[in-house]
Write a protein that binds this ligand. Structure first.
Ligand code: NAD
Length: 261
């Protein structure tokens, strides 16, 4: 009874919380060794301990700001040395960042959101490629339904731009890397119950505007509230596995029909 990810190594960015944490747990439960790339904090250490309680040695946390090229490069190398390969990359770390009307948006705030969400994705994929090339592999990128649509007036121009950029990047990468049997897919979650609000800063003006930080009932036709990180983890595991071996360059919405409203 072989597990789906036995002998495989997965890098998961933003693994200390929310979607990344659920995916790291799921991949480890099914046999993978997981490198947890996140800012080292209590949550990340707790995730590492939780996974090592499932299988000792299955997880190692790396203190990585994914927008820092040198840190990403080094941590990817250390992962390959520790676990022997890199087979799956879940480029998931992201922030909401500063929400502000465009007119009020400071360049530094705009750049911070793009730097984590977009540069971070690029750097994670870039430095993993030499390792993925060896045996082929699977890359999954977390965008958002906001990569494809607009929220009116929520001050999310930087966030949505970064999320749309991830979709374009995923498709380009899928084409470019197909010859190495590296698949690249991008997932677009709707509202998921995580800690993402802690990475949200609102300008005074926007605090007055209703931002759906608490998702209203019925905001997803399929469920009473937001989706759960485990729902997304199931999709990530499918895309990481050979069951999706002919799927690449796909953009998959996982939102309980939220974006159809
Ligand atoms: P979360 O805040 O619970 O988890 C995100 C993790 O990323 C945290 O552990 C955080 O420390 C880490 N992180 C932030 N900046 C980082 C950096 N520079 N380097 C390394 N790690 C960093 O949020 P989540 O909802 O699980 O978010 C995961 C992804 O899902 C994000 O890309 C987000 O945009 C996307 N997403 C979330 C939702 C939602 O409703 N929660 C919807 C659509 C898309």
């Amino acid at each position: 009874n072989r597990q789906r990810f036995e002998g495989k190594t997965a890098i998961v960015t933003g693994a200390g919380s929310g979607i990344g944490k659920a995916a790291a747990i799921k991949l480890a439960q099914e046999g993978a060794n997981v490198a947890l790339f996140d800012l080292i904090n209590e949550r990340t250490s707790k995730t590492e301990a939780e996974i090592n309680a499932i299988r000792e040695g299955a997880a190692r946390a790396f203190d990585v700001d994914t927008s820092d090229a040198a840190r990403v490069e080094k941590a990817v190398l250390e992962t390959a040395e520790l676990f022997g390969s890199v087979d799956v990359v879940f480029a998931n770390a992201g922030i909401n960042g500063v929400l502000a009307p465009i007119e009020e948006m400071q360049l530094e705030d705009w750049q911070q959101t793009l730097s984590v969400n977009l540069n971070g994705t690029f750097l994670t994929v870039k430095y993993a490629i030499p390792h993925l090339k060896k045996n082929g592999g699977s890359v999954i990128i977390t965008s958002s339904i906001n990569g494809n649509r607009t929220f009116s007036n929520f001050g999310m121009s930087a966030y949505s731009t970064s999320k749309a950029g991830q979709v374009a990047f995923a498709k380009m990468a899928a084409l470019e890397l197909a010859k190495f049997k590296i698949r690249v897919n991008v997932i677009c979650p709707g509202a998921i119950s995580t800690n993402i609000d802690q990475s949200t800063e609102k300008t005074e003006e926007l605090k007055e505007i209703v931002i759906p930080v608490k998702f209203p009932e019925g905001s997803q036709p399929l469920a009473d509230g937001p989706g759960q990180p485990e729902d997304v983890a199931d999709l990530v595991a499918f895309l990481a596995s050979d069951e999706s071996k002919h799927i690449t360059g796909a953009q998959i919405i996982i939102d309980g029909a939220e974006s159809l409203l």
